[in-house]
Design a protein around this ligand. Sequence first.
Ligand code: UDX
Length: 460
Amino acid sequence: MKITIIGTGYVGLVTGACLAELGNDVFCLDLDQAKIAMLNGGGIPIHEPGLAEIVSRNRAAGRLHFSTDIAASVAHGQVQFIAVGTPPDEDGSADLQYVLAAARNIGKYMTGFKVIVDKSTVPVGTADRVSTAIREELDARKPAGAAIQFSVVSNPEFLKEGAAVDDFMRPDRIVIGCDESASGQQAQALMKQLYLPFNRNHERTFWMDVRSAEFTKYAANAMLATRISFMNELANLADKVGADIEAVRHGIGSDPRIGYSFLYAGCGYGGSCFPKDVQALERTARAYGQELHILRAVEQVNNNQKHVLGQKISERFGADLSGKHFALWGLAFKPNTDDMREASSRVLLDELIGRGATVAVHDPVAMTEAKRVLALDLAATPGAFERIRFCDNQTDALNNADALLIVTEWKTFRSPDFEQVKTLLKAPIVFDGRNLYEPEVMGELGFEYHGIGRSALVRK
Ligand code: UDX
């Protein structure tokens, strides 16, 4: 099938490459000339396991094209995916200017029936606005344009960064919202054909109306964020009452109604989805005169949780950290990505440096991105950025540090040579923001260990 993907950001690039891998002829459009030049030169703008291989294989096979040519992109695809960014507005609602501009371009150039798929995470009601934008452009091309039919479909993505290719190729579910009109039914038939490879052995598609599909994406992310904030708040209480949050997690997760996943306490969630989507859903509710009290709390708890390591460090070393030096492992908001958006490491570094400390940091892949982002974060305070030393490997970062801090749960941090860690640190103290280690084992190894919600197991 001929497919166009508008926007070669994270979602667009993964969707385009994976649909090409299934044998479709995919045209990816982006207005960023540098990005398109990079992709056409064999480069990949993001770090995502498996993506580079798929892009290169399908480009070589002639099934995956990158271009800045809007007219050609509209002409190419029977199905047009809108996968452009929806950055938060100043008030936290999703900014739809890029989505609507993409819709207008489709309306300007289309000459026959098209299915337009909203792939970007967009507020409930966006498909209607996309329809209106396209219809206005078609009507402006009277009489020929007015006769052209189209259908706007909602097909939210549920990709996790670091596992996006796998999530796309082996989806738990595919959510598609179509309307009941004749065009809607035509769109449904095309979407069925497009996703057939995933549904052969087992039907994974949930068909619903457009607004429910749009809502499902927000509901899923809000639910997951809620589980995390719930556990983080309980972990802080567990520290006070002397309970172990990991034991509690096992105890409740074994109930199939609760389940184990997304119940890990830590130093807060980050990334491009949870913070943005929780806020956007709150904004949507407010626009309809309703307050989402639970989500407001979820957001507040998460903002506080990003300070939890800073607080534990204060309790141990005092508020003034001048003269103190820390080793920090993990900068990305989660493992297997170089994404620094809303990463907890940024809040912690800002706090430590603001309080006078120096920090040696290492992340297996996010170093370049971290340098860029942290330079901006700390730009207002002269000399602040220079207080961070970027180390090529995790061992180098340990040298002479007053404590080791862990912020991202990368696999390579799970089983370090603890004897070496102890020798290199000035004092064997670990603040583990992702509960990677067992407090009792750390105690036996001679470490002073601070986890999240695990103080019950620390030998006094
Ligand atoms: C998320 C959703 O999982 C995905 O379905 C959606 O399409 C986009 O948003 P992503 O942002 O890539 O994906 O990351 P995810 O793996 O969900 O982790 C988000 C954050 O939550 C990370 O900072 C992670 O460290 C944190 N987290 C996750 C916890 O603190 N505890 C947990 O139990 C799980």
